[in-house]
Design a protein around this ligand. Structure first.
Ligand code: MLT
Length: 244
């Protein structure tokens, strides 16, 4: 798994969303580097991380994260995930709760896909396999951020992602487990961040997670879309520092 590492303090893993890579966290890093030893993986099939095998599930990505942390000599870490990365963070919380110092859930949700969404993901996966990453760049680049100034960066980042990784990511998200049952039993601190102008995952999903958790803080960001690390890096970093 390719990682970038920066900063000093307690270990914090930041897991990027779909179909992106670890470079998307850059605007957040100056605001966190004095507080955390920040570990930035490229999830399997994205950025510079190869896809180990076809049908590599989000739970496999979570298990690979546990192996990575053990390999780095880190028995425990804060783990924060954005959107798809949040699904992986929730899978990690289920598999390895003893390794979790605290959880960050940014623009994500505990609920799984319904049947309609699963079918749409499989159709998009077939289109990407046939036509390449332009299919998802066209569908997503303009919708991800509420700030049109981010569209070019997002489009370029999506167009760099390997087709097998995008296809696998779509199928893995469609197959992901419902994490709702996990939330009431989670006893580590949780910080939830959600843009109120998120066009992909409605803010209600964040409020539902907050209500189900016993030790959670919710930061709602007015006018912010699906990309708080780009759109509101200071506020997003402040929310993650609340985990300390
Ligand atoms: C993401 O931003 O990671 C994905 O769009 C999330 C999703 O499609 O469920």
């Amino acid at each position: 798994m390719n990682i970038t590492r920066t900063g000093s303090g307690q270990p914090l893993v930041l897991l990027h969303g779909f179909p992106l890579d670890n470079t998307l966290w850059e605007p957040l890093l100056p605001h966190l580097a004095d507080h955390f030893d920040i570990i930035l993986p490229d999830l399997a099939g994205f950025g510079l991380s190869p896809l180990p095998k076809p049908d590599y599930h989000l739970r496999d990505m979570a298990a690979a994260l546990a192996d990575l942390l053990r390999g780095l000599g880190l028995p425990r870490a804060f783990v924060a995930g954005h959107s798809m990365g949040g699904y992986v963070a929730l899978a990690f919380a289920r598999q390895s709760p003893e390794m979790l110092l605290g959880l960050g859930l940014i623009s994500t949700q505990a609920l799984p896909d319904n049947a309609e969404r699963q079918a749409a993901r499989h159709q998009t996966a077939a289109e990407v396999a046939a036509k390449g990453p332009g299919v998802v760049a066209d569908a997503m680049a303009a919708k991800l951020s509420a700030n049109p100034a981010h569209e070019t960066l997002l489009r370029e980042t999506i167009l760099r992602q390997p087709v097998p990784g995008i296809v696998n990511g779509l199928k893995a998200m469609a197959a992901r487990a419902d994490s709702s049952d996990l939330l009431p039993g989670l006893d580590c601190p949780v910080s939830i961040v959600h843009g109120l102008a998120d066009a992909l995952i409605p803010p209600e999903r964040a409020r539902e997670m907050k209500a189900a958790l016993s030790n959670a803080h919710l930061t709602e960001l007015p006018g912010v879309g699906h990309m708080p690390m780009l759109e509101a890096p200071v506020e997003t970093a402040e929310a993650l520092k609340k985990l300390l």
